[in-house]
Design a protein around this ligand. Structure first.
Ligand SMILES: C[S@@+](CC[C@H](N)C(=O)[O-])C[C@H]1O[C@@H](n2cnc3c(N)ncnc32)[C@H](O)[C@@H]1O
Length: 277
C-alpha cells in the first residue's frame, strides 16, 4: 500500500472532496461487513465483475490494469484472478487498507495506492495496458475533462480505457421519489451538490457520522467530449436499460438489474471503451 497526503486547499471543491473522503472512510468500513459487497464470497472465489464488462474488455491475461476508485478491491481481485497485473487506487485510506489486506489474504499480487485520483500523476509513475473504473465513479468527480486527462496520462499507446457506470440521465432521477421523476440536475455546474447522508447504498440502516455527500452532475456530452479532448479514440458507448442498484421508482428484474415500471425505457447505465492511439 502506498499512501499520500492530499494537497491542502480550502476552495468549496477541496472542502467537498475532504468531506467525501471522510464519508468513504466510514462507508468502506461498513461495506466490508455488508452482504452487498460480501467479502466472504469473494474470499471463496466469487467474481464481482458483470458478464458484459468481461466480454467488452476481453482477455486480460498478462496485461497491466490500473483500477481507479477501486474501493475494497473486490473488482480488482476479480481482474487479478483473470490474469491481470492490477494496481488499484482510492483516496480512502480505510478502503485501501481493506483492499490490500484482502489481496494479501488471498495470495493475490496486487498493489494499492492511496491517492486522490486527480493527484495521481504526482503519486504514481508508469503506464498501463488498461485503465478501468466501474459503478459509482462519475458523480464524485468535480471535473470530468481533467479526470479523462489523468486516464490518458496512465495509458500506454494502444492501451484501452474502460468505464462502466450509472448513465448521466439516471443520475438526474430523484432518488427519494417512489414515482419516476427528475429531481437533480443533468448539466454540469462547478459547485458541488449537497445530499443528506443516511446509512449507505449498501447498508441503508447503518449509523454514519458524516452528514453530507457532495456530488457533481455531468452530461453524456461532457463525458464523451472529455474522453475525446484527452486524446482518446472512442470505440463504443453502450447504453443499458437497467441500473445495478435499487431506487424507489425502479422495479427489480434480476440480480443487480432494476428498471422503470410498466416497460418504460430509459438509459440507466452505460459502458464506454476508448483507446490511446
Ligand atoms: C462506489 S465506489 C466504486 C468502486 C467499486 N465499483 C465498488 O463498488 O466498490 C466509489 C469509490 O470512489 C472513491 N473515490 C471517490 N472520489 C475519489 C477521488 N477523488 N479520488 C480517489 N478515489 C475516490 C471512493 O473512496 C470509493 O471507494
Amino acid at each position: 500500500m502506498t499512501n499520500s497526503t492530499p494537497k491542502p486547499g480550502n476552495s468549496p471543491t477541496d472542502a467537498a472532496i475532504a468531506s467525501n473522503r471522510a464519508l468513504w472512510d466510514e462507508w468502506a468500513a461498513i461495506h466490508a461487513q455488508s452482504s452487498w459487497y460480501n467479502l466472504d464470497a469473494v474470499r471463496a472465489g466469487a467474481d464481482k465483475l458483470r458478464p458484459y464488462e468481461i466480454d467488452e474488455i476481453g482477455d486480460v491475461t498478462g496485461l497491466s490494469l490500473l483500477h481507479l476508485q477501486c474501493q475494497l478491491g473486490t473488482d480488482s481481485v476479480s481482474w487479478a484472478r483473470r490474469g491481470a497485473h492490477v494496481t488499484g487506487v482510492d483516496f480512502s485510506p480505510v478502503a485501501v487498507e481493506i483492499a490490500t489486506d484482502l489481496a494479501r489474504e488471498l495470495g493475490i499480487t496486487a498493489k494499492f495506492v492511496c491517492s486522490d485520483v486527480m493527484q495521481l500523476p504526482e503519486n504514481l509513475t508508469g503506464a498501463w495496458d488498461i485503465v478501468y473504473a466501474s459503478r459509482g465513479i462519475l458523480g464524485w468527480l468535480p471535473d470530468l475533462g481533467a479526470w479523462a486527462r489523468v486516464v490518458a496520462h496512465f495509458l500506454k499507446p494502444g492501451g484501452i480505457f474502460y468505464l462502466t457506470d450509472m448513465h448521466p440521465l439516471a443520475r438526474a432521477i430523484d432518488p427519494t421519489s417512489a414515482e419516476l421523476q427528475l429531481g437533480g440536475p443533468y448539466w454540469h455546474r462547478p459547485e458541488p451538490i449537497r445530499y443528506e447522508v443516511r446509512g449507505s447504498y449498501a447498508e441503508p440502516d447503518a449509523h454514519v457520522e458524516s452528514a453530507d455527500k457532495f456530488l457533481w452532475a455531468h452530461s453524456t456530452g461532457d463525458l464523451l467530449s472529455g474522453v475525446a479532448q484527452a486524446g482518446l479514440c472512442l470505440e463504443f458507448f453502450h447504453e443499458f436499460a437497467w441500473l445495478d442498484r435499487p431506487l424507489p421508482s425502479l422495479t427489480k428484474r434480476a440480480e443487480r438489474e432494476f428498471l422503470p415500471p410498466n416497460g418504460f425505457e430509459l438509459p440507466l447505465s452505460f459502458s464506454l471503451r476508448a483507446r490511446k492511439l
